[in-house]
Design a protein around this ligand. Sequence first.
Ligand SMILES: NC(=O)c1ccc[n+]([C@@H]2O[C@H](COP(=O)([O-])OP(=O)(O)OC[C@H]3O[C@@H](n4cnc5c(N)ncnc54)[C@H](O)[C@@H]3O)[C@@H](O)[C@H]2O)c1
Length: 384
Amino acid sequence: MRVVPAAPRRIHDFVPIRKLHFFLSNVLFFAYNQGFVCRCQAKRQLVEGSMLSLAWQIRDYLNRKGLIISEGIHMARDKITIVGAGRVGATAAHIAATKHLGDIVMLDIVEGLAEGKALDIAEAGPIELYDSAVSGTCDWTKTEDSNIVIITSGLPRKPGMSRDDLLAKNVRIVKDVSQKIARYSPNSIVIVVCNPLDAMVYTAAKVTDFARNKVMGMAGALDSARFSYFLASELGVSVEDIKCVLMGGHGDDMVPLPRFTSVSGIPVTELLDEGKIAELIERTRKGGIEIVNLLGYSAYYAPAAGAVKMAEAILRDKKTVVSCCAYCDSEYDAGGHFVGVPVVLGKNGVEKIVELDLNESEKAQFEKSLAHVKQLALKVDKLL
Ligand SMILES: NC(=O)c1ccc[n+]([C@@H]2O[C@H](COP(=O)([O-])OP(=O)(O)OC[C@H]3O[C@@H](n4cnc5c(N)ncnc54)[C@H](O)[C@@H]3O)[C@@H](O)[C@H]2O)c1
């Protein structure tokens, strides 16, 4: 019997390409539509997850059948590298997978750690209905051409330590990691998580030499979440209704701004007295150490959620307004430093710094915090 090699079949031999494109677009449209009408976050994710998963299965089925999908259908996934597969890194990988943000590569220097955690996360996929490829490695070549790199590789603090105590050791780690990012993913956007946060963002920006809008740090998202949670608990309202802004460095001198904080549009200053607000601000400032004292190591669920929120805003070009550590020059008279400010995050990274009209007291608090950030940057310069 003569075996005739099958001629490559093209999808439009079977389904007109426009119809397929239309069908897949509809599946995706339906997924998002259904997702958005679910008020409950968990339901929303489940519906989005199932529909997106269906779309991917159709694509994979067509690929397996040898049907060549036209390049016109763009279904390539984003690539997210998470450096450090410790508590924050692995938790971020899991959250990113549940949100279908893209394919995830976790990298760690400890042999087997990233691979093991990645496998565990991938194995939760069939239960949680995500099919992102999640892999772990010690090999930087596997991170090549990432769209986003989240740096969580760094020592965390222990009881009795301040974030600044981590400076010398973490500068060394972030310097090394940033050199690799510049080499393997020169077009990526970098979100730094390790502490002391503002100094580590400065280190990554200096070493990668990436455009300033493409290097940023996660702290404001976490600090705002903590402040929102404390306010919601105090008021007995949903955390979804709280909108707040925080500025300054990620430390005890961060600047929560009650004047710009609202509960579904109602200024929080109308709902709580000054003393109570001051108490919650103090708890927010000490939010990190509160967890360190309870656990013996630092927080990771909320920090990981904060980092993924930023990655999502960028990958989905959401134009999310969020506080993060970003490069400010004339903005807030920061004079070329990375410090926490409200920004708009979209596909180009930090697309805009939102400039608030601070009053004298807020300005003074911000300047104090900025002075501390500047001091740390000088120390980084000596260590690099
Ligand atoms: N920005 C924030 O709000 C925030 C919040 C929590 C924690 N953090 C910081 O995040 C960092 C990570 O915290 P964690 O609890 O996940 O720590 P962890 O010790 O659990 O994880 C750190 C991981 O980084 C890895 N690592 C170290 N050097 C590396 C290198 N050169 N390349 C690749 N991997 C390397 C380690 O092996 C470890 O697995 C700490 O610096 C911590 O202070 C920041």
